[in-house]
Design a protein around this ligand. Structure first.
Ligand code: SAM
Ligand code: SF4
Length: 459
């Protein structure tokens, strides 16, 4: 597979559009009909600079988000397995030339200890993160996932996603065997020249090998993949088109686009050496999330704890479907949960260091329904967003009831007394809003079973 990102083509599309009221409204209409937008339509939204047009885009994104996803927000936590790295990405605290950072890999015991802390907090979904290093080959990654799935204590991790370097087809097969969730690779920048500048050495300097990493995953049968761009390296509008072009490539070649798109913003890290010309402001960040929401209505959008709580709250409304909560990104960060974060040990600085319980309390206050659902992946319903797109009523029949069941478990097993009361009220209100009687009864039965101590029930 060769490079399918044509820099000139993307720039040319960006420069050839002229947003008018009428055009923006037409594009919004297509998106509200839940159709994926093409490059030109998305470029038109990106080039809309007038406040009145931007307002229209925000309103439409909020509407689409609530129509498709309702109030559900899926929660997860990152777990750093090893920070040894042979790449020298300019922007990252783990780059090989950063001698200030302590390098290590979790031992089996340390990994179990970290997973135990996550489980005790009530986490059910984790993403394991690895530097790029010969020690972290497919066998090693598979072993860490197997170890985590084997553990059963106060709860269990039911889905482990991966964020690591691209592998060979053979490597992905090994991960498929141990039942990973999503395999995530961020291209960082889709602009070839910038890519070469910020990745001066190591295997990551090969743009094509990284770009085609998820094609190899698909070939190996790992059809649940996540893409992303690190915003701040190059023009944000160009990167949005890059993400869309990548999505279209996967759709056209494998019949299914990425399960998720991530849009991390560049954060402070030790010895960071980046040009600040392309740093993305909060307002631009909101615009890019809203436009992504409209461009790919059924793709999950992930907002990470790199951002501060207040901004997270605003951005969530514009189309986010998943957030991490209670996150620690230092090695052994969960075992030492209460310790102050130390930027020297981290890959970058986190903006939101609240605990999972604090985040959940706030989500509930804001009217969101926290979800730890892992049902689709467990039942082999490949890529829930794909199901949402093809099966009418899927979210009402499956996602919302499953969110309620997993939230109920959380309240029973991990929540404080006050959170439990507020949470129970939310569950009651949601049940009352379910129109279909049979579904409501089945849900009530399952909730009662959870009351009596059963766990891991889903539709
Ligand atoms: N080493 C693997 C790789 O590079 O793909 C995976 C893990 S890397 C630790 C995860 C992601 O963190 C990177 O893909 C990059 O987008 C992001 N990242 C790196 N440095 C960052 C920074 N200073 N601020 C925000 N995000 C950063
Ligand atoms: Fe290594 Fe990934 Fe950091 Fe690059 S982004 S230095 S590959 S950990």
């Amino acid at each position: 597979m060769t490079n399918f990102i044509d820099n000139e083509k993307l720039n040319q599309v960006l420069n050839s559009v002229s947003p008018t009221d009428g055009k923006i409204e037409e594009i919004i209409k297509k998106s509200l009909n839940k159709k994926r937008l093409n490059l030109k339509e998305t470029a038109t939204l990106l080039q809309a600079e007038e406040p009145n047009l931007i307002r229209k885009i925000f309103i439409a994104a909020k509407k689409l988000k609530s129509q498709i996803y309702g109030e559900r927000i899926v929660l997860f936590a990152p777990l750093y397995i090893g920070n040894k790295c042979i790449n020298d990405c300019n922007y990252c605290g783990f780059k090989s030339s950063n001698y200030e950072v302590e390098r290590s890999t979790l031992s089996k015991l340390e990994l179990q200890r970290e997973v135990k802390v996550l489980e005790k907090q009530g986490q059910k979904r984790a993403i394991f993160v690895y530097g790029e290093h010969p020690d972290y080959d497919a066998d090693f990654i598979a072993e860490t996932v197997r170890l985590a799935y084997e553990m059963k204590g106060a709860g269990e991790l039911r889905r482990v996603n991966i964020n690591a370097a691209p592998l060979s087809v053979k490597g992905y097969r090994k991960l498929k065997e141990v039942g990973i969730g999503t395999y995530q690779i961020f291209q960082e920048t889709y602009h070839y020249q910038t890519y070469q500048q910020v990745h001066p050495s190591g295997p990551k300097s090969d743009f094509n090998w990284r770009l085609t990493g998820l094609d190899r995953a698909m070939e190996a049968g790992v059809d649940d993949v996540g893409i992303g761009a690190l915003f701040g390296l190059y023009d944000w509008k160009y990167e949005v088109l890059g993400l869309l072009e990548h999505t279209i490539h996967l759709e056209e070649n494998y019949g299914v686009g990425p399960h998720t798109i991530s849009f991390p913003r560049l954060k402070e890290a030790t010895n960071l050496k980046v040009n600040n010309k392309h740093l993305v402001t909060d307002q631009q960040f909101k615009r890019l999330v809203a436009i992504l929401r409209l461009a790919v209505p059924y793709t999950g959008l992930i907002l990470t704890a790199r951002e501060k709580p207040m901004l997270r709250e605003e951005v969530m409304k514009l189309g986010v479907s998943q957030i991490d909560a209670g996150s620690r990104i230092e090695m052994r960060g969960y075992t030492d949960f209460e310790k102050e974060q130390d930027v020297k040990k981290e890959q970058f600085k986190l903006g939101d260091t609240r605990s999972l319980n604090e985040v959940i309390n706030e989500l509930v206050q804001e009217g969101y329904l926290p979800s730890f659902c892992t049902a689709c992946y467990r039942l082999g319903r490949t890529g829930e967003h794909f199901m949402e797109a093809v099966k009418p009523g899927f979210i009402k029949e499956y996602c919302t009831p499953n969110a309620l069941l997993t939230f109920k478990e959380y309240l029973e097993d991990y929540a404080s007394k006050e959170s439990k009361q507020v949470g129970e009220e939310l569950i009651e209100a949601k049940i009352a809003a379910i129109e279909e009687q049979q579904l409501r009864e089945e849900l009530l039965n399952k909730l009662e079973l959870i009351n009596r101590g059963q766990r891991d029930l889903y539709f």
